[in-house]
Design a protein around this ligand. Structure first.
Ligand SMILES: Cc1cc2nc3c(=O)[nH]c(=O)nc-3n(C[C@H](O)[C@H](O)[C@H](O)COP(=O)(O)OP(=O)(O)OC[C@H]3O[C@@H](n4cnc5c(N)ncnc54)[C@H](O)[C@@H]3O)c2cc1C
Ligand code: HEM
Length: 370
């Protein structure tokens, strides 16, 4: 562990148990000194659930080497343009962060700790600002018109929209989405198609019980509505130089980026076998299985295994999708794409580790706290 990482970790333990208070102080400091910044944040702002402080602390703690995370941090900075964040805001946020840490750490806070946070934060902020500056040719976000809205199950909808300006992305990436029903609340959703000539984009969204944005997307958004999309992010994309066969593991609407990757492969692939494992609780949640089966009937390199975990009468396999993947194989020579809830991704990564699949061959996106 580098000296910087050690200092960051050590000093964080001084405030860790008072995170809510640190967050309260951090936002109060920021908004008291700069009331205009309040307008960048969601209308109904619950400090405990607000994401910025936690996101910064995680970023500073984990990216001891910002060059290694340069692509992600630049994309994050680019994405922050949608919040109307400008370069001068970074110092304000950085100072509020340090002051909050110092206030709650007590007597053990030292000059060394403070410098470690300043250095860690500055390195990350620098990369984010670089990313935002390099993106000036693009709009800070894209307005998109909802063209179709189809309920596929109790709580899943497939939504097609078309951005008003060209939005370039790669299959497997995601964007953040905001609806007019929850202004300034943005959540990530994966594009469920490869780029199309007409620019339209599909999203597969599951409404989480009390979830703000997903409920609005599934239950309120209608054709004709405008939504806003942030800059594309994510590296769960196809390595076109690889010749290895592919395994895709999707849980629920985790199918979205997998579907985009399959669509990309229908345009070029002739040589790689692609095995898709699609898991859900019950047959109702296998909301796109018919389409996957049609693709498998058309493309001989594609095979699909569907499984339900809570529907013993449904056709196909039964059990958690991570276990089902483990019962096939061997998979040591395959490239993997894994996408779904945090629990599903974790369980699948465990199975793959047990099957000795090298970690560097696995790309994954987690749809929640990992
Ligand atoms: C890279 C990435 C890509 C994603 N792609 C997709 C996608 O393609 N499709 C998709 O549907 N989602 C996707 N997600 C998840 C999505 O971003 C949101 O997290 C999700 O829709 C919930 O947002 P929300 O505003 O509705 O919920 P929030 O208001 O943020 O609340 C969510 C939180 O509430 C809790 N919660 C409330 N109700 C429930 C419930 N019924 N079950 C479990 N927890 C609950 C959980 O603690 C959860 O953390 C993706 C996430 C990431 C990070
Ligand atoms: C090192 C600096 C920063 C990092 C690492 C960072 C990281 C992040 C991340 C990862 C999120 C998304 C969390 C999520 O939705 O899951 C986020 C949200 C946000 N960030 Fe930043 N950020 C930084 C600086 C800033 C600055 C300077 C501003 C300007 C005020 C800002 C404003 C916001 C806002 C408004 C949100 C949404 C908050 C919410 O929905 O509750 N960020 N940040």
């Amino acid at each position: 562990m580098s000296n910087l990482s050690r200092l960051l970790k050590e000093s964080w333990t001084l405030v860790e148990e008072q995170q809510d208070k640190v967050a309260g102080y951090f936002y109060a400091r920021m908004f008291l000194d700069n009331p205009q910044l309040r307008d960048l944040f969601p209308v109904q702002m619950d400090v405990q659930r607000s994401r910025l402080l936690g996101a910064i602390v995680t970023a500073v703690q984990t990216s001891g080497d910002p060059d290694r995370f340069a692509d992600y941090l630049q994309a994050l900075g680019r994405d922050h343009r949608k919040f109307h964040v400008e370069a001068q805001h970074y110092d304000i946020v950085g100072n509020a962060l340090i002051e909050a840490l110092r206030t709650f750490a007590g007597d053990e806070w030292s000059y060394e700790y403070e410098q470690a946070w300043r250095d860690g934060y500055a390195a990350i902020a620098h990369k984010m600002i670089e990313g935002a500056d390099a993106d000036n040719a693009n709009p800070p976000y894209w307005h998109a018109e909802v063209l179709h809205h189809e309920r596929r199950s109790r709580d899943i909808a497939v939504i097609t929209c078309r951005p008003m300006q060209p939005l370039e992305f790669r299959a497997g990436q995601y964007v953040s989405v905001e609806t007019r029903y929850q202004p300034r609340l943005w959540r990530a959703y994966s594009m469920a198609n490869a780029p199309r000539k007409d620019g339209s984009i599909d999203f597969h969204v599951r409404a989480l019980g009390a979830g703000w944005v997903s409920s609005a997307l599934v239950r309120r958004v209608r054709p004709g509505d405008m939504i806003r999309l942030g800059a594309p992010m994510g590296s769960m994309t196809l390595d076109r130089r690889s010749t290895r066969d592919i395994v895709c593991v999707a849980g629920g609407t985790g199918l979205a980026p997998i579907k985009a990757l399959i669509e990309e492969m229908t345009r070029a692939n002739r040589t790689r076998w692609v095995h898709v494992f699609f898991g859900a609780r019950d047959r109702d949640d296998l909301y796109d299985l018919d389409c996957l089966n049609r693709l498998a009937a058309r493309y001989p390199w594609l095979s699909v295994v569907a499984a339900t975990s809570e529907d013993p009468e449904s056709p196909g396999e039964h059990g958690n999708i991570s276990e089902i993947v483990g019962s096939y194989g061997p998979w040591q020579e395959h490239d993997f794409f894994v996408s779904g809830s945090a629990a599903m991704v974790r369980a699948t990564l465990r199975t793959l580790a047990e099957m000795q699949v090298p970690a560097m061959r696995i790309k994954y996106d987690t749809f929640g706290d990992s």
